[in-house]
Design a protein around this ligand. Structure first.
Ligand code: PEP
Length: 258
């Protein structure tokens, strides 16, 4: 990962209410403390449901935890007649660092297209949040051998109109859809192929300095038993972890992959 600080981000999806969130974050913090985790060496983030964020903020502030937190989605708008949406400004007020944008479950189940993903990336950036931009191909695209162009087209769409300075601060997560929640993990070579292709594309669109600054994560059935081999790849700068992040002891092991 060079000079890039690895990031381990736990996407809880629609799991754990605010009581369970408090318990889970406490347990994660204790487990990492026992293991003398160096947060400057590997950043640890949780992405709970919106309704948990206030509780997580209170706990992180009260106990001065080094765990950071994020949201799983954000509105493309700042305020107004958008029933059910959450403004990036509201998230910023809650001390949120990261926001996942364009997760495959949002793309598939909520029909989010590249234009909306781009608008959400801009919205997050305008409020000072760091987007975790999710890209990756479904199984039929991989079977057809089109996974690289498919994923890079999603990347191009999401980055439309962004400056090099904005892109340098982004996190991109390569998440092959066929590996999400399926127990089927991409091989370390598959993860490296796409994480490298994403970085090369950013160098083409912007410059090498920008590409070297962007953190590119792998996501898809990451567990403590497979994380080390994936993290050994030079262009993989961390993991976006779904199911395994719900168990704080397992997630702590993932965060301490070395
Ligand atoms: C995810 O939700 O981003 C994810 C990678 O899920 P899982 O780890 O459960 O495959």
């Amino acid at each position: 990962a060079g000079t890039r600080t690895p990031l381990m981000a736990g996407n809880w999806k629609m799991n754990l209410d605010h009581h369970q969130a408090t318990h889970t974050v406490q347990k994660l913090a204790w487990t990492l403390k026992d293991a003398k985790h160096d947060y400057a060496a590997v950043e640890v983030a949780v992405l709970p449901p919106f309704t948990d964020l206030r509780s997580v903020q209170t706990l992180v502030d009260a106990d001065k935890l080094e765990i950071v937190y994020g949201a799983q989605d954000v509105s493309a708008h700042e305020s107004g007649a958008y029933t059910g949406e959450i403004s990036p400004l509201f998230l910023a007020k809650l001390g949120v660092t990261y926001v996942a944008v364009g997760h495959s479950e949002r793309r598939q189940l909520h029909h989010e297209d590249d234009a909306l993903v781009n608008a959400k990336v801009r919205s997050a950036l305008s409020a000072g949040l760091v987007p975790i931009l999710c890209v990756g191909e479904p199984l039929e695209v991989r079977k057809a051998g089109e996974h690289v162009p498919h994923t890079l087209a999603q990347l191009d769409g999401a980055l439309e109109g962004l400056s090099a300075a904005q892109v340098a601060g982004l996190v991109v997560a390569y998440e092959p859809v066929w590996a999400i929640g399926t127990g089927e993990t991409a091989t370390p070579e598959d993860a490296q192929e796409l994480c490298e292709a994403i970085r090369v594309r950013i160098a083409e669109l912007y410059d090498q300095l920008t590409a070297d600054a962007v953190r590119v994560l792998y996501g898809g059935s990451v567990k403590s038993s497979n994380v080390a081999s994936i993290m050994a790849k030079p262009d993989v700068d961390g993991a976006l972890v779904g199911g395994a992040s719900l168990d704080p002891e397992e997630f702590a092991k993932i965060a301490r992959y070395q």
